[in-house]
Design a protein around this ligand. Sequence first.
Ligand code: MGD
Ligand code: MGD
Ligand code: MO
Length: 743
Amino acid sequence: MYGALPEIVDHATRVRTPVVRESYLREGIGSKRTGRGAESFVRVSWDRALDIVAAELERVRREHGNDAIFAGSYGWASAGRVNHPRTLLRRLLNLHGGFTDHVLDYSRAAAMVIVPHVVGSEDPVGVKLTSWDSIIEHTQLILSFGGMAPKNFQIDSGGMGVHRANDWMRGVRAAGIEVVYASPMRSDISDLLTASWLPIRPNTDTAMMLGMAHTLYTEELHDRDFLSHYCVGFDIFAQYLTGESDGIAKSPEWAASICEIEAGVIRNLARHAASRRTMIALAYSLQRGDHGEQPIWMGITLAAMLGQIGLPGGGFGVGYGSMGTKGMRRAPAAVRSIPTGNNPTGRFIPVSRIADMLLSPGEAYDFNGKRYAYPDIHLLLWGGGNPFHHHQDLNKLLRAWQKPDTIVVQEIFWTPVARHADVVLPTCSTLERDDVGAGWWDNVVYAMKQAIPPLNESRSDYAIAAALAERLGYGAAFTEGRDEIGWARFLYEQLTEELAKQQVIMPDLDRFWQDGRSVLPETPPFVLFEDFRRDPKANPLQTPSGKIEIFSSTIAGFGYADCPGHATWLEPLEWLGSTQAHRHPLHLISNQPAARLHSQLDPSTLSLAQKIQSREPLWINPADAARRGIGEGDLLLIRNDRGSCLAGAHITDAIRPGVVQLATGAWYDPDEAGRVGTLDKHGNPNVLTFDKGTSKLAQGPSAHSLLVEVERWDRPAPAVTAHEPPAIIDRESPDGAATRAKM
Ligand SMILES: Nc1nc2c(c(=O)[nH]1)N[C@H]1C(S)=C(S)[C@@H](COP(=O)(O)OP(=O)(O)OC[C@H]3O[C@@H](n4cnc5c(=O)[nH]c(N)nc54)[C@H](O)[C@@H]3O)O[C@H]1N2
Ligand SMILES: Nc1nc2c(c(=O)[nH]1)N[C@H]1C(S)=C(S)[C@@H](COP(=O)(O)OP(=O)(O)OC[C@H]3O[C@@H](n4cnc5c(=O)[nH]c(N)nc54)[C@H](O)[C@@H]3O)O[C@H]1N2
Ligand SMILES: [Mo]
């Protein structure tokens, strides 16, 4: 993706000046909210824009309280620790008396909640995995659910200083490690491996793993010693496995009828895994589906039955291959964020419940054993994320988007979230400011030097937040007397001090800045739960029992039908085995795009080059295409009851029959701007996905569980307009002053 930002840094879609939605500027919060996304914008001065935002922050706090401000600001933004919009917004709003925040993320929410219940730590969710060195040395079989898609390990949050994953793949190959992966797409594994593909039906991994577990149990291949010394609740789970508790034996034949992997294959795979050192790799994708907690809990249960957790190269890990640093030997310390302070309101939502929150203020909901009520949001601030990219069921989001009195967005480009705002603050890109960059998990810290001055009237996220703080009367508390370079220095020096305590001496800041990067040492190869395995009494897990909870009394005690006390096969709301499949017979995988980071830089040549007739490609199996008279390159309509979009046909047997794939990231492009339910012309899968929590436990996003129908689009094709800026009126409204008084 190198080169894409320089190419489009001054693209037509660049937000050049502060702007305000036309009727909002005239009528303030009384303006028609359905105008969001449809109306023109009016150019205003920075002073005017910042006055409007500061006045709204004051008004909403006064009239509705701090928790009426939602500034969770989810999103990847850019590398750069100082100009991290979510951190800056949190720091600003905590000084303002607080706001409604979010917890968790769209990537791995279900895993982040279930895994600590089962093994007492978040480490197995991509945080600290058994390192690839250990795998390459000791593993004999990698059993991957969801694959380790090479398109995905090009990146990591905050950036990556070294790309290592291809070397790991070569290492796996050279070591002769067998790789078997269950995934609806053959392309989910590196060509550097010779791997066996099991083309599983989406969302049925739990059933397949139960079938394997059944074989282990009935053939007495499970590690009884490990289960009794290191785990609790296997006996209860075993009753479910055999059918003693519900009348259904989870045999390989039962599993095969659900996942469409042959019973014999499942049975042999279980025997095979039990006879060698096996690493169970669970992709993040598995848990980004309805009941996403289950495949993760079941993966851990299966690993526990194999009895290799805590042994070199054995056990399980969540996220291998999902990003580029998962399984690396982490550095002994990482660059931190600018401190945010504490949120006096203490209010938050699970991140992907945003539309429910906006649509149902005051409504009660369950989350991880507690009951909460949604706050009543009047003001929404966003920077560095694109909810019209990341959220499911965009037509529902559009309705929800009409709830707040005011929506403020800091953006570089005219992305869909900027288009749907009332006030847009033009933000400069990483090329236009100084910063210190570092991945959250990586061992390289880099000096991100300004390459060009801020374009047009754009300002850095830091400058914007500092200016707002100044207007609100706490400028000094916000900056603590530091400018951006001052904060970069602060963060780098904090890191060097932390490392010095561990006898690691780093170059000083000037030297670092001159060199352009500093490389931290990597820690020695790591084996997850090695200590626990060695001495479970001295090193108990942080679970209620101190052991692996194959049955969790805590979770059982919550009484959630959608997340019972042990790993369970629960049908997703939509999947190929559901009645809905009669009307919408294709399961849609909306995975991460190969040529972009989410929706970022979609107008660049790299992203445009892979489009078909300017739309996002839909992968479809030859049999499914033939049945519908679809040819390579045809324009397609994809639809279900929630929405519809256009896409370009790519016919390939790299996807199993019954499944189609449309990557995320095409900028949402409504045929009729601002109207709920209109056709998306560009191919954004989130007009089709459903917006439902994975369960009452984690309330994670269910993006990978949905059915659609596809047909050829033979009508004239509406032009894609997502990469053109909205209409902008190059003057302030004459009655602007009166508008401000009303607010
Ligand atoms: N259907 C479906 N939906 C999904 C997923 C899926 O698998 N399927 N995956 C989900 C996952 S895992 C994730 S993480 C999310 C990702 O969702 P997001 O993180 O929201 O997606 P991005 O496109 O990375 O959004 C980042 C935005 O920040 C802007 N930006 C970049 N740098 C800066 C900066 O320095 N300052 C400011 N102010 N803005 C900046 C970019 O222009 C862009 O609009 O999507 C989720 N949505
Ligand atoms: N190039 C690029 N890389 C990225 C990103 C990006 O935007 N672009 N985004 C990054 C982010 S934020 C994240 S969180 C990670 C996400 O990492 P993942 O969640 O692992 O990524 P996905 O691409 O959503 O899914 C990987 C594969 O899982 C398979 N899959 C989907 N559902 C199922 C299922 O139910 N069962 C099985 N067995 N397989 C299934 C699909 O075939 C899909 O290609 O990727 C990161 N990597
Ligand atoms: Mo993610």
